[in-house]
Design a protein around this ligand. Sequence first.
Ligand code: ZN
Length: 138
Amino acid sequence: MTAPVPPRPEYLTGARGCQAGGVDERYEPRLIDIAQDAGVTITFHDGHVARFDLERLRRGCPCAMCRGLRDRGEDAWPRPGSPRPLRIEDAHRHGAWGIVLVWNDRHDTGIFPFRSLREWDEGGDAFAPDSGLGGSEA
Ligand SMILES: [Zn+2]
């Protein structure tokens, strides 16, 4: 399954300017491939390919609830009663800047910004509890 990626001109001309800094080519996905039982592979416009396995994504979920769990030193996944194995049920774009993953435990509140995924792949700790990233647009 591949999440649709609008052609570049669409979000260059259609941008409402609500996201500070605009969209940088380095952080702009050209192709998003969702392997529901394996992970997510994002090919960026500059050719960089970032791969994430399911567990890494789920444990690093940037939503407020999961960040709260990590703040307390608990795992965001698995939780008591979590279905195994972990699986992605659905995924959709969140504007031009991120992707929402819907997990088989019905968790769907985490928005993964492409910029953070790129930085994470390059060794950054993009989804650390204090990263400031997550589901709310502060
Ligand atoms: Zn979460």
